[in-house]
Design a protein around this ligand. Sequence first.
Ligand SMILES: Cc1cc2nc3c(=O)[nH]c(=O)nc-3n(C[C@H](O)[C@H](O)[C@H](O)COP(=O)(O)O)c2cc1C
Length: 360
Amino acid sequence: MKKFIKLIIPSSIIEPTIRTVRGFQTSLLYAFLRLATKSQFLSSLYYALFSNAFAREHRGCIYGQLKYLEDCENAQGSQYLLRRNVHRLEKGLLMRPRRNLFATDYITETFRGYEQALAKQSTCAADVGEIGWAHDVLSQYFTIVSSHPVVDGLRDQFSTLKQIEQVELPRIPYKRNLNEPCSVDYDDFLKLSYRRRSVRWYLQKPVSRNLIDQAITIAALSPSACNRQPFEFRIFDDPEMVKKVASIPIGTKGFSDNFPVIIVVVGKLRAYFSERDRHVIYIDGSLASMSFMLALETLGLSSCPINWPDMESKEKEMSALLGLEFDERPIMLISVGYPDPDGMVAYSHKKSLEQLRRYN
Ligand SMILES: Cc1cc2nc3c(=O)[nH]c(=O)nc-3n(C[C@H](O)[C@H](O)[C@H](O)COP(=O)(O)O)c2cc1C
């Protein structure tokens, strides 16, 4: 049809017409966007009527909240509510000055979460380390906190619960030994940071899972909001799977075939009771990923972070391949391997101090 139109109408007429139509479309879009920015209601209306770009996120948030509530009842393994509340108790315990009474508004739900986790311990579904941490923090809390109708009842119940195996050092707030200087000096860290580059060409040599585990051990030490660690590293080293996973994102064209390992960092919205924290998966997942990539360099491996576009078709493809639930959102991908010495890396000029920082 297009060819036919081009044949019968001269290009001196077609091209200005196309420009006029495109100009009209752009003006219309501008008008729509301007109107939609006038209020939150109009913005929401815009997305309700003209774009489904946030539809998956909406479903993910709601699905995550449902999962959160279900997990509070019957969590298998780690329990996000317990992790958050034990973290809050720890903050109360290290507060200066420490108050005689705190956490009365959430100690009951913390205690119930602990009880449930303890009950699951026998089924092996519970996270033993997490329960031990919760036990030690609760134990100190009940020891130091003053009398209160809510606390007193729980204190009695706590003393009747099954005892946890004692560890040498209780898992409670402590003072760090700062007499020793930091064992990594600034210059070494600077060198490591210069050394890490986004590497896209790798030797065709298998990567030991043990090395990946070592790097994840370091990633696990990264900060995360309320210590919830709402992410998982999904690692693929089977060549068939690597090929499939690596071909989904947009930014891997031309070099995805040579990845020995590809990792999908997956965030879990089930860690939150409200959508107010929906961005935290990206922050926590990225902080852990940065530590992971630096750790890889110390082990002789290199990496490249790969963008995950929030596009429905891509999300669907990745979810199907990885068997993700609706609240599980890819944060980014990371290719990993031994760097090919013949492969170049981009110069990637970095911004100056002046461009990046502003005081007060
Ligand atoms: C979130 C994120 C997404 C990225 N996505 C891609 C990508 O899709 N493809 C790619 O080749 N590089 C990707 N990169 C790598 C960047 O291009 C690279 O970090 C940047 O150019 C700076 O280079 P450097 O890492 O060597 O310092 C990504 C990096 C980040 C942090």
